[in-house]
Write a protein that binds this ligand. Structure first.
Ligand SMILES: [Zn+2]
Length: 270
């Protein structure tokens, strides 16, 4: 059976793909991953993601944003570059942006300023936002709430929480991005319990490649590198947890991603 999936979070500009990026793209297509949204994590990688998407318009779109880890580097001129990138047609969302107090690689006040600034330019560009949050829910929700009415749509990317966090995100009218975290029976318990409760019109799928290799993948690649082609494996697990068919989960998540990123104008698959 031929399924069609969209990987809403693939870090395809990552150096681990430099040697074989075309083969990675071919393997993704073969596995039914017809489109990838390439994540931008700082201004430079956002530009590379946009250029990569422009070079592969039938397969790739991209986001433009600064990850909270890099928030301290977001100066006014860099923010201006980012807002120009957001005007490019292949750039379909702002982000990833948000707050990460787990590692605090940038100081929290710099993270909050960079997050608010990116929500402001996303609203001005009428683009949805691709959101990252770790150990920072209260501040994250407060800042997001301030901008929520001006923003079109938002997705909590790499959602790893349980049912109560899910409810809080749904109250903010967010979409929910599920990664291979769901394949980890050890760490993913709360998420596995929440997955059946994600509304059918809010669920999207992502690999977060090259990170988060699904733990139960067999055979387990020695490189530990995750690839967009593994999205079908994640989709199968999500389908099992929801008591739905793989075809149904593929159809609904693709429909959601097309709506979320406004991909209607683009060709999906062949
Ligand atoms: Zn992230």
């Amino acid at each position: 059976m031929k399924i069609s999936l969209i990987d809403i979070g693939s870090n395809l500009t990552h150096e681990s793909f430099d040697a074989d990026r075309d083969a990675v793209l071919a393997r993704a297509l073969e596995a039914g991953v017809d489109r990838q949204i390439v994540t931008g994590t700082d201004v430079e990688s956002s530009r590379r993601a946009a250029d990569l998407a422009a070079a592969h318009p039938t397969m790739l779109s991209s986001t433009a944003g600064v990850h909270p880890h890099h928030a301290a580097a977001l100066t006014a001129p860099r923010l201006e570059e980012l807002s120009l990138l957001l005007r490019r047609p292949e750039v379909v969302a702002a982000g990833e942006c948000g707050l990460d107090y787990y590692r605090n690689l940038s100081p929290p006040d710099a993270q909050r300023a960079a997050f608010a600034a990116q929500l402001r330019i996303a609203a001005a560009a009428h683009k949805p936002v691709f959101l990252h949050q770790r150990d920072a829910h209260a501040d994250f929700a407060a800042i997001l709430r301030e901008f929520r009415e001006r923003l079109t749509r938002g997705v909590a990317h790499c959602f790893t929480g349980g049912r109560s966090l899910l409810e809080e995100y749904l109250a903010l009218d967010l979409y929910i991005g599920v990664t291979g975290w769901v394949n980890d029976e050890r760490r993913g318990g709360a998420l596995r319990e929440a997955v059946p409760h994600i509304p059918a019109d809010r669920l999207m799928l992502e690999t977060d490649s090259p990170y988060l290799l699904p733990r139960d993948l067999a055979p387990h690649p020695k490189s530990r590198r995750n690839e967009p082609c593994h999205l079908a494996h994640i989709a199968r697990t999500v389908a099992e947890l929801r008591g739905e068919s793989l075809a149904a989960v593929a159809a609904l998540t693709t429909r959601n991603a097309v709506r979320f990123f406004d991909l209607k104008e683009l060709e999906i698959g062949e």
